[in-house]
Write a protein that binds this ligand. Sequence first.
Ligand code: NAP
Length: 254
Amino acid sequence: MQLGVLSGKVAVVTASTKGIGLAIARRLARDGAQVMISSRKQDSVDQALGQLLAEGLSVSGTVCHVGKNKDQELLVNETLRRHGRIDILVSNAATNPFIGRILDCPEEVWDKTFEVNVKAPFLLTKLVVPHMELQGGGSIVLVGSVAGYRPFPTIGVYSISKTALLGLTKLLADELAPANIRVNGIAPGLIKTQFSAFLWSDDNSRQRFEKIISMRRFGEPEECAGTVSFLCSQDATYITGETIAMSGGFHCRL
Ligand code: NAP
């Protein structure tokens, strides 16, 4: 039997019970990794675990709200207890609590958005790095967005938080390169999930957005997952500090 490209690796994926995170977890597991899935609700974790285990994949799961330090510690400790190591971290969780003009956005929304979308990936990285260092290396992928390159007017603070992730990716990549830890990002375009339902659930809005995508369609979560597997694989050993967009041709560069 041929071994998968991530065989022997242990991966932690946040917000991985639905959407893009679930597709990434499934893909990493199909490529041979043992994967720890997580999200805020026990029900969601149980449901996703049920699906992945039924597919014969090597996965376990725990509750982790990335905005809670205790949950982050639990995620790391549970992964080490069950799988013995951490080779891959995919930080996928994000929140977008406000839709409207940025000038109308309350201060609490700024705080919550930056807490979950920027500070949490940083703190989780801090928690896994010592283990990766001891093991001689690792790979971290931060899930950003095309909105980080080109802010969407009605989701301004969310967009800016994703711009911040581009900087975080570069800086962490630089600091962690001597430890053989690579840090990269992905920037999904408009992907059909619950998170983006406000963009595609009514026909008028969906058609309006399809017009600005070269491929004239929303992407599927699975179309983000292969790139993450690639970035964590032996084929990407000289790639760090990069963010790769999967946007169907939607223009997205700073
Ligand atoms: P989704 O389908 O709505 O799934 C969200 C997942 O996140 C669920 O598993 C949810 O489970 C979990 N979750 C939500 N808040 C969490 C928190 N604070 N801590 C831990 N888990 C949490 O969302 P998605 O579209 O896949 O989005 C995933 C990532 O892709 C986000 O970083 C988003 O910014 C990025 N992205 C999405 C799009 C798009 O068009 N969909 C485009 C660009 C970037 P629970 O409810 O159990 O917590």
